[in-house]
Ligand binder design. Structure first.
Ligand code: SF4
Ligand code: SF4
Length: 473
């Protein structure tokens, strides 16, 4: 921990001033190796985020989260309400994966992958630098009275922000309701779907608010993942860290003096230039140690490396490192905690793969009509009435669907057609009667096995209960 840092940093938030009001952060434009890498990663992720709802695999949208209809597509794999357990397992795997990564590599996700950071730092912030200029110019513009220049810049920036927010809202909607639906709504004309249009404008407003005003506050106060850092990180986790041993040494950090040999003077390598602070999008001083606000964006690594280069000192005063690495020069180790998470992740993944293999393309449910007993017909025939529900999880129609009794001799009579079609990604419901001779029953409640066929091909087997008279037990 830094000895000379701001000692009040634990009691205050970098983005609040002494009166408790929002202190706007004007981060300096990052520049350096890590920023370049992050730019490339962001291009790939932005292409992915914008195209994923429009890509299809076997006719299924690549990613879709239709919460209202409880239909989800993950990597082109459709999940129906009946597959909810699979979806939950996938989500748990996602969470364990993120935890595992956080324990090992800190907030790597926040800095490199999180859509909030990608959009904020790589889209909106870059537009801001382009229109308003770098940190100094932004501060001056903010203080400037409203004149022609300020008005022009603000209107231009806010208009572009609004258009991008509107685009993001459209893509977000494509994830929620499906891209086909969205395109249909657009081609129909938005005023024919007023409720969707209102949702779209609300989403646009939320994105605009987040990226134009709320910004780093999402990571600092709203994001639950950020709040978890305190429990997930330990002194072996690799995070963006200031090497306080090297930066402070015996005499602490000190301003740069030409021709000074710090190995002789005992001063730390930190030249107290504040480059790392000025570049930080969450307004913190990394020299105070790992803080909840740090999203591991690497901007301070680049800034400090530039300064180290300029004063001819080794780079890496701020770098990816664990507390142990800085304190004891310890290398990264696969700790028991990491091993435990990896084992849990492995088991869950194996369970998921097994369940995906066992999953059928068609889901059949045949349930006795509630409140109905059996009916005795002529020739000792016992009849039960059922409702059935068939879900076709594929995109192809399933024709000539019919039911056959597999476990008992008897007949299945549908109230409507005995042979029907279930549309691709569709649902078929109806009522049917099952009739079995009482002599063929083994008790007053037999378990029936019923085959669902497409023509002569069995596509699913399901079971249901059949009630009969007690005397035939
Ligand atoms: S401290 Fe460094 S890594 Fe953390 S948010 Fe600020 S600039 Fe990014
Ligand atoms: S950029 Fe590096 S040298 Fe400058 S204040 Fe930050 S840690 Fe110290």
């Amino acid at each position: 921990m830094a000895e000379q840092g701001q000692h009040n940093f634990r009691d205050t938030i970098g983005t609040l001033n002494e009166e408790g009001k929002r202190a706007w952060v004007f981060p300096k434009k990052p520049d350096g190796k890590w920023y370049e890498y992050r730019k490339y990663v962001s291009y790939v992720l932005l292409i992915f985020l914008f195209s994923a709802p429009f890509l299809k695999i076997n006719g299924n949208q690549f990613l879709m989260f239709n919460v209202l209809e409880r239909r989800f597509n993950i990597f082109g794999f459709p999940f129906w309400p009946q597959d909810f357990h699979l979806f939950v397992i996938m989500m748990i795997i996602g969470v364990v994966f993120v935890i595992l990564f956080t324990v090992a590599f800190g907030r790597l996700f926040c800095g490199w992958v999180c859509p909030q950071t990608i959009f904020m730092e790589m889209v909106f912030r870059r537009i801001e630098y382009w229109i308003d200029g770098d940190r100094g110019k932004q501060v001056r513009l903010k203080k400037m009275p409203w004149n022609k220049e300020k008005l022009k810049k603000r209107v231009l920036k806010w208009s572009i922000f609004f258009i991008i927010s509107f685009l993001i809202a459209n893509v977000f909607l494509a994830y929620l309701i499906g891209s086909d639906q969205l395109i249909r709504y657009i081609t129909d004309g938005p005023f024919k779907h007023v409720s969707t249009l209102i949702s779209l404008l609300i989403f646009t407003g939320v994105f605009y608010f987040v990226f134009a005003w709320f910004r780093e506050q999402v990571c600092i106060i709203a994001c639950p993942y950020g709040r978890l850092q305190g429990v997930l990180l330990d002194n072996k986790s690799i995070v963006v860290a200031y090497d306080h041993k090297r930066g402070e040494k015996e005499k602490g950090r000190a301003k740069f003096k030409k021709n000074e040999d710090r190995s002789v003077t005992g001063k730390g390598d930190c030249i107290d230039c504040f480059a790392c602070v000025h570049v930080c999008p969450t307004g913190i001083d990394i020299r105070n140690g790992t803080q909840l606000e740090c999203v591991n964006c690497t901007a301070c690594i680049d800034a400090c490396d530039h300064m180290m280069e300029a004063v001819n000192l080794p780079k890496g005063l701020i770098r990816y490192a664990s507390e142990e690495n800085i304190e004891k020069k310890a290398k990264f180790t696969f700790t028991p905690r990491l091993k435990g998470y990896t084992a849990v992740l492995g088991i869950l993944t194996a369970v998921l793969i097994g369940m995906l293999f066992l999953r059928n393309d068609i889901e059949a449910r045949i349930l006795r009509l509630p409140g109905q007993l059996y009916e005795r017909k002529a020739d000792n025939i016992i009849s039960n009435v059922y409702t059935f529900k068939l879900v076709n999880k594929t995109i192809d129609d399933i024709d000539n669907v019919n039911f056959k009794l597999l476990s008992h001799k008897g007949t299945i009579k549908l109230v409507s057609n005995n042979d029907f079609t279930v549309d691709g990604q569709g649902l078929a419901e109806g009522t049917l009667f099952i009739e079995i001779n009482a002599a063929a029953l083994s008790g007053d409640k037999d378990r029936l096995e019923i085959g669902v066929f497409s023509g002569d091909k069995k596509i699913e087997t399901t079971t249901t209960a059949f009630l009969g008279p007690r005397s035939y037990k």
